[in-house]
Ligand binder design. Structure first.
Ligand code: DCP
Ligand code: MG
Length: 365
């Protein structure tokens, strides 16, 4: 590695929840804890397994397996219906945690996302510390465990997050990336599906090391563009950026205080500042919003949110601030319980393609 490359090295985290649907069910139904359970499908053997608990995996049961086979592998397995609304709620909670850290979040599914934490809202230098924070906050907010991988690129981070499941944390620092990739079976490399793996095997390539040492022009002759990409990936060069693919649904600002604050006036001053930032942000995207949310975390870490929906969308810092301060005084314990975090956000944003409404975003003459 050259010294001048150091600034280019990114810190990517891949987070993936453990046995996601099954863990939600075991959390909410204590009688299922410790048992082999299958979520999805049908006890009479129809349908397929969406996922299963780690206890069921010990019997060889896996996602996408026919339920009849799951039952043969473990006759005592308990079949549980899916509850999508619950999984979506948990998914929303983990995304809120991700956005505490960075807005460079790329969700891959309900239970999985990449984050680019090279710069992060926590101002933490090490990816390891950011990942620990994320895992702890996910558990605090959902009572579910997640596994995380930290690496300089997406594909290595994703492989890493899978290595020590459940509740795992694997860090592959830049100087270990080459050795890490060298020992991987090729099917673990991003873009290598079963068909490509077979073609690589015919060329005598089974590991990352063999892929790396294979002449790139021959690889390209056999596999075309995929060959060129695989050559780069085998050298730890994953060109893909973390790209947030969500349209912003809200804009917010939050502050963890240096000291717990009890005086309500002091909290109001913080809210006024935050409202100004949020208003500026709404103006910059030309999308006023209708719902103002105040978030407080008390000194014992209990976290509450209080929201109020206005008659029409706004991007006025005064109105946002007044609404949040009203919520503060009427529906929180501020002034009685010490507060360690304050946040203001606005959601229910008008669509950018909603031009009639946009004049609301403009400051009054
Ligand atoms: N899922 C599904 N059908 C599949 C695979 C997954 O419905 N064929 C759903 C159920 C899983 C969720 O998606 O709970 C997340 O998928 P994962 O592949 O991340 O699997 P799990 O989270 O269940 O387990 P793991 O701990 O291996 O991540
Ligand atoms: Mg998962």
């Amino acid at each position: 590695m050259h010294l001048e490359d150091i600034d280019l090295i990114r810190r990517i985290i891949h987070v993936d929840m453990d046995a996601f649907y099954a863990s939600v069910e075991q959390r909410d139904r204590p009688e299922l804890r410790g048992l082999p359970i299958v979520v999805g499908g049908n006890p009479d053997g129809r349908g397929v397994v969406a996922t299963c608990s780690y206890e069921a995996r010990a019997f060889g049961i896996r996602s996408a397996m026919p339920c009849s086979q799951a039952k043969r592998l473990c006759p005592n397995v308990v079949f549980v219906q899916t509850n999508m609304a619950k999984y979506k709620e948990a998914s929303r909670q983990i995304r809120d945690v991700f956005h505490e850290v960075t807005d460079l979040v790329e969700p891959l599914s309900l239970d999985e996302a990449y984050l680019d934490v090279t710069e992060n809202k926590l101002n933490l230098q090490y990816g390891r510390d950011v990942a620990k924070y994320i895992k702890a906050r996910i558990f605090e907010s959902t009572r579910l465990t997640a596994s995380a991988g930290v690496a300089p690129n997406k594909f290595v981070a994703k492989v890493a997050s899978d290595l020590r499941k459940p509740d795992g944390l694997v860090i592959i620092p830049p100087e270990q990336v080459a050795d890490f990739i060298a020992q991987l079976p090729v099917r673990k490399i991003w873009g290598v599906g079963p068909a490509t793996a077979k073609r690589l095997e015919l060329l005598g390539i089974r590991t990352g090391l063999e892929l790396r040492n294979f002449p790139p022009d021959r690889l390209q002759a056999h596999l075309g563009r995929t060959g060129r990409l695989l050559h780069r990936l085998a050298h730890g060069d994953d060109p893909r950026r973390v790209t947030p693919n969500r349209v912003a649904k809200s804009r917010g600002s939050e502050t963890t205080l240096n000291q717990d604050v009890i005086h309500i006036e002091a909290i109001e001053r913080i809210i006024q500042d935050q409202a100004r930032q949020v208003a500026a942000s709404l103006l910059s995207i030309k999308r006023p919003g209708k719902t103002v949310t105040l978030k407080l975390r008390y000194s014992d870490f209990e976290t509450i949110t209080r929201s109020r929906t206005l008659p029409s969308a706004t991007s006025s810092s005064e109105l946002i601030s007044e609404t949040a301060c009203h919520l503060l005084r009427t529906s929180t314990h501020a002034g009685e319980r010490p507060v360690r975090l304050v946040g203001v956000s606005v959601s229910g944003l008008l669509g950018a393609d909603d031009p009639e409404q946009l004049w609301l975003a403009l400051p009054l003459p």
